[in-house]
Design a protein around this ligand. Structure first.
Ligand SMILES: [Zn+2]
Length: 178
């Protein structure tokens, strides 16, 4: 003989009884209610699993995005922002905005905004005393940069495309903020 709770009055009753001896509710009704209760518990558990699963997937995607975003950048604790600079080419038709960082891995790390193009994160390397921009994910150098002087408020650099025919261009930039 198994005991279970009456869905109407909450008292423990035998499953052999036809009706609840306390409130008179038919056993059939009580069993049906108990079954419905079980089904809805199962359904809500399933819902919980979906919600927890979706949150876990969202976190995993977020972590992946962060990973790829920071993958190619030098670690931030190695970067020291020298300042924000803005400048114009003296014999180049460009306007640039630069965030110049000093870093342990590169002499200078420059976050470039040029003309109408969006801010680009470029991979900078030092090669033969020059600062070079490499195409992202490639060792092909697109431009040579040489910082000529770097003072507190102004610096000048020269630029040359890898095309051997190209001329050196000078860009003078001034600090707009720290
Ligand atoms: Zn009852």
């Amino acid at each position: 003989m198994a005991l279970f709770k009456c869905s109407e009055c909450g008292k423990e009753i035998s499953d052999k009884a036809e009706r609840c001896p306390y409130c008179g509710c038919p056993i059939k009704e009580i069993k049906k209610a108990a079954l419905q209760d079980k089904v809805s518990t199962l359904k809500s558990n399933k819902k919980k699993v979906y919600i927890v699963g979706s949150i876990a997937i969202a976190f995993a995607v977020f972590a992946l995005v962060l990973f790829f975003y920071f993958k190619d950048r030098p670690p931030s604790e190695e970067e020291l922002l020298i300042g924000k600079w803005q400048g114009q080419g003296t014999n180049l038709n460009i306007t640039v905005e630069l965030n110049v960082y000093e870093s342990k891995t590169l002499d200078y790390y420059i976050h470039t905004k040029q003309d109408t193009s969006d801010v680009e994160d470029k991979k900078w390397i030092i090669k033969d005393g020059f600062l070079c921009i490499a195409e992202k994910d490639s060792d092909k150098y697109r431009q040579w940069f040489k910082i000529l002087k770097l003072t507190e408020h102004e610096f000048e650099y020269k630029v040359k495309n890898l095309d051997p025919e190209s001329e050196w261009g000078h860009i003078r930039v001034t600090r707009i903020s720290d």
